[in-house]
Design a protein around this ligand. Structure first.
Ligand code: DCM
Ligand code: DCM
Ligand code: DCM
Ligand code: ZN
Ligand code: ZN
Length: 271
C-alpha cells in the first residue's frame, strides 16, 4: 500500500488490540500517543532503498506465478524468492518481536516490520507475479498515466475516501474510525469472525499463506478480470473503480483487524 493504506490499517489495529498489547507496544516503540502503530507503519518502505535496508526489498510481496484470470494460486515453494518474501518475512519478524533474548531495539524493529507486512500481504498485487505485481502494466486513472500497481496501492483508496485533500494522518484516522464502526456494528460485523479463522499463531507461515491466497484470488476476480492484456491503456477511474473500491475497503479492514489479533498474540507470547 501507499502511506494512506498502511497508516489506516495500523490505526484500525490500534482500535482492536487488548489493553495489555497496547501497553507492550507503546513501551517498545517508545510512544504514549494514539498513533504509536500508525507512525511506524510506513517505516519499512522508507528503508528499502537505503544501503543497509536493501536486503528487505523482496520482503514486501510474494510473486505468485499463476495465470490470471483463468487460474489464481500461491505456492510458497514456487513463489517465495530465495531472497525472502512477505510470507516468510512476516513469520521471521513475528518471532523476533517476542524473542526475549533480543534487545528491545531489535524487537521494536521487528514490530515495525510486522505492522507493515500484514498490510502489504492484503494488497492483491503484492501477491501476484504478472509484470512485477502490475508495475509494468500502464493504465489511465482519471485521464492520467499510472501503472496498475500504483492504482491498487494508492489511487483507489484515495478516491474511495473522497480524494486526498488534507493531511494523510487525519484522513487515515477518519477512515479507520469509519471501518471500525463497520466492523463493530455494520457491514463487516457478520463476517469478521471468518477473518480470524485462518489465524494460527503456532503456524505463522501457514497463516500468512492463507491470507496471501485470499488476496491473490482477488487478482482473478477484480484486478485482472479479463487478463493482463485487456487492461493495458484502459481508464480505471470509472466502472473499474466502482468494483475495486469495496475490495480495497474490505482488504484494509481485514488487514487492520487481523493485525490487532496478531499483535495480541505477540504481546501474549512475550508476557
Ligand atoms: N512490488 C510487488 N511485486 C514485485 C515487485 C514490486 O508487489 N514483484 C511492489 C513493491 C512496491 C512497488 O511494487 O510496493 C514498487 O516496487 P519497486 O520500487 O521495487 O519497483
Ligand atoms: N520477473 C518478473 N516479475 C517479477 C519478478 C521477476 O517478470 N515480479 C522475471 C524477471 C526475470 C525472471 O522473472 O526474467 C526471474 O526473476 P527473479 O530472478 O527476480 O526471480
Ligand atoms: N468471508 C470472508 N473471509 C473469509 C471467509 C468468509 O470475508 N476468509 C465472508 C464471506 C461472507 C461471509 O464471510 O460474506 C460468510 O462466509 P462463508 O460463506 O464462508 O461462511
Ligand atoms: Zn505496493
Ligand atoms: Zn511495502
Amino acid at each position: 500500500w501507499g502511506s494512506l493504506g498502511h497508516i489506516t490499517t495500523a490505526y484500525l489495529a490500534s482500535r482492536f488490540v487488548a489493553n495489555s498489547t497496547e501497553a507492550y507496544f507503546k513501551e517498545l516503540l517508545r510512544s504514549d500517543q494514539d498513533d504509536y502503530l500508525a507512525k511506524v507503519a510506513s517505516w519499512a518502505d522508507s528503508i528499502r532503498y537505503t544501503k543497509w535496508g536493501r536486503f528487505t526489498k523482496t520482503f514486501h510481496f510474494i510473486d505468485a506465478h499463476d495465470n490470471p484470470p483463468l487460474s489464481c494460486n500461491v505456492d510458497f515453494e514456487r513463489d517465495c524468492k530465495g531472497t525472502g518474501c512477505v510470507v516468510d518475512a512476516l513469520a521471521n519478524y513475528t518471532e523476533q518481536a517476542f524473542d526475549r533474548s533480543l534487545p528491545a531495539w531489535r524487537r521494536a524493529q521487528a514490530a515495525k516490520f510486522v505492522v507493515h507486512f500484514v498490510g502489504d500481504l492484503h494488497q492483491p498485487l503484492h501477491n501476484e507475479d504478472v509484470s512485477r505485481g502490475g508495475n509494468g502494466i500502464h493504465v489511465k486513472w482519471d485521464g492520467k498515466e499510472f501503472n496498475l500497481h500504483h492504482v491498487w496501492d494508492t489511487s483507489i483508496a484515495e478516491k474511495w475516501i473522497g480524494g486526498l485533500r488534507g493531511k494523510p494522518y487525519p484522513l487515515a484516522r477518519k477512515w479507520s474510525n469509519q471501518l471500525a464502526v463497520e466492523i463493530i456494528d455494520g457491514k463487516f460485523t457478520a463476517e469478521k469472525e471468518h477473518w480470524l479463522k485462518d489465524l494460527d499463531f503456532t503456524n505463522p507461515n501457514g497463516t500468512a499463506m492463507a491470507w496471501s491466497r485470499e488476496a491473490n484470488a482477488l487478482v482473478c476476480t477484480h484486478v485482472l478480470p479479463e487478463g493482463p492484456q485487456a487492461i493495458v491503456g484502459r481508464e480505471l477511474g470509472g466502472d473499474y473503480f466502482t468494483k475495486a473500491g469495496p475490495v480495497i475497503e474490505k482488504q484494509v479492514a481485514r488487514a487492520g483487524y487481523r493485525m490487532a489479533a496478531w499483535l495480541d498474540s505477540i504481546a501474549r507470547e512475550y508476557q
